[in-house]
Design a protein around this ligand. Sequence first.
Ligand code: FAD
Length: 365
Amino acid sequence: MSTKIFDVIVIGGGQAGLAVGYYLRRAELDFIILDNQQQSGGAWRHTWPSLRLFSPAWMSSLPGRLMPQSKEGKNPHRDEVLSYLADYEQHYKLPIYRPYDVQSVERDDQNDCLRVSDGRYTWLANAVVSATGTWNNYYIPDIQGRQDYLGEQRHSAHYQGPEAYKGKRVLVIGGGNSGAQIYAELVQFADASWVTREPPQFLPDDVDGRALFDRATARITGQYNSDSADEDNSDKHRLVDINVGNIVMVPAVKKARDKGLLTTLPMFSRLTQQGVVWSDGRKESIDAIIWCTGFEPELEHLAPLGVIEEDGSILNKQGQALKEPRLWLFGYGNWASPASATLIGAGRSARENVPVLLEFLSNNN
Ligand code: FAD
């Protein structure tokens, strides 16, 4: 009896998996996409209801199909992104199977391929694309007293809007875009403070998420550094001053600033059962803490391959793992491909790296 071996198995059916699927479909490869969610949309399905993209639709599209213009304003709403992703996978008839939660990827020496398993079923493939994102692996710093604190603690990954915090004393922790947006929304309802380690860096009002994408790309490709910036080109020059963590002035954040509410407190020194101890020794009771402290790549299923480095990343060239050339990485962030954790970056890295994957397959099978 012959054993079925797919050309490619993609793990993860978020935007990165869809963008890869688009190019695999075009190349007429035999592939499937396994996703552990009940429905389409990846991490977008879990973001808070009021979330808007920090770029317009045309800058947030996957390959082949433009995201429709937002009905509600300049930048699309979270639900519009969800509709777009659902439509995208149907339009291109991508072979996505849900819910399959992949537990492991291992070498299958007998069949000279990789073996993917969800604990119930196994699948074989000549190449595996891991596009599992970061949403399932959120990060909370190990602050003294965190285990003792009895109030509510929630990561931004599970924040579902301000209503539950009405009238409460709440700390929003983290100086990035999530912290800014959640604080700007909460401060209208609750007695909220925004706590950051460093003072946040705000972008000018007219600069949106495109600049972050360009900057991430430029940083990786070495373009636009201060030595090479063209004195006569103001756009290029501006990019030099923009960091990927800078805060985009979306409408809610602007509104809070215009009301004089966009202020921060420096980090407290520890947590107690009831609240926090500020750095000057003052104690304060706090009802709830929302940690906007980021995410790490979701790579546990790749542990059997021995490819995960101490810093949690995987060494790769154009997405191909150096320690296991049949393994490919899409999404995750700059270490996998410039700005690949954004919608436009997911499309670009698929456009650039899937042809290398196709070449690898044709040379090795
Ligand atoms: P995901 O969307 O997380 O998709 C991965 C999929 O794989 C998920 O369905 C996951 O459940 C599944 N999976 C995980 N592990 C397994 C497993 N073992 N087996 C099977 N399936 C698995 N980007 C922009 O371009 N513009 C923005 O304005 C923007 N705003 C953002 C705001 C917030 C608050 C956040 C958190 C992110 C924002 N992003 C934005 C970033 C980015 O677009 C998303 O994080 C994006 O969802 C990442 O896509 P992905 O496909 O790599 O991962």
